[in-house]
Design a protein around this ligand. Structure first.
Ligand code: IMP
Length: 202
């Protein structure tokens, strides 16, 4: 049977992808729902490489993939003034166990004295798919913003409180989840992936 298996343990991401992919009328399963346990080392240098490593790693664990489509994502924050740091290291920046309050304050401190026009940044998300015939497809979504001067908002996660959207005069942590999904890097990459699958009559 045709199904999509999304290589993540993050429930928030699963909810979002189920919502966006529901038009395809193909069931979307988390790794847990598909009975797969994997701890894949993301040692790529780009978001594309890491997303492909994860999708291929999970696809390899499924014996007979039949008509299954395996999807994985990799995402992060690029700050232009810091040569695109933390980038692919966003989750690992200052150590996985360090709180985002500390990570966010550290980034604000590293931008001390940097004027508005040089505080440009973006969230990037790449989704990789391994299709039933082995073809690999990737899509990339981005959202542009600026690094704020202090944390603002309590929604979202990670770097959201310091990611400021000048057009909306809000940080992404001040948006409701539905509002963020409509414009987010992950939302855009998922919508493009849905179109890639539709083009292939899936
Ligand atoms: P991964 O894609 O789950 O490996 O992790 C990406 C990391 O990038 C997260 O742990 C966050 O630190 C950061 N990140 C990615 N997307 C967002 C977002 O929408 N808001 C805040 N932080 C994000």
């Amino acid at each position: 049977m045709k199904k999509i298996i999304f290589a993540t343990g993050n429930n928030g991401k699963i909810k979002e992808i189920k919502e966006i992919m529901k038009e395809l009328k193909i069931p979307v399963l988390s790794m847990k729902e598909a009975g797969i346990h994997a701890d894949i080392v993301e040692d790529g240098n780009t978001f594309e490489e890491n997303a492909i490593i994860k999708a291929k790693g999970v696809a390899a664990l499924i014996g007979d993939r039949g008509e299954s489509i395996v999807l994985a994502d990799d995402s992060g924050l690029e700050i232009d003034y810091l040569n695109k740091e933390p980038g692919v290291y966003s989750a690992r920046y200052m150590g996985e166990e360090t709180s985002y309050r500390i990570k966010n304050q550290n980034l604000i401190d590293r931008l001390e004295g940097v004027p508005d026009e040089k505080r440009t940044a973006r969230f990037v998300c790449v989704i990789a798919a391994v299709l039933p015939d082995g073809e690999i497809v990737t899509t990339r979504g981005e959202i542009e913003g600026k690094i704020g001067y202090e944390e603002r908002g309590i929604n979202g996660f990670g770097y959201d409180p310091i990611f400021y959207l000048p057009d909306m005069s809000k940080s992404t942590a001040e948006l409701m989840p539905e509002e963020k999904n409509l414009i987010s890097h992950r939302g855009n990459a998922l919508k493009d992936m849905k179109e890639e699958l539709q083009k292939r009559h899936m």
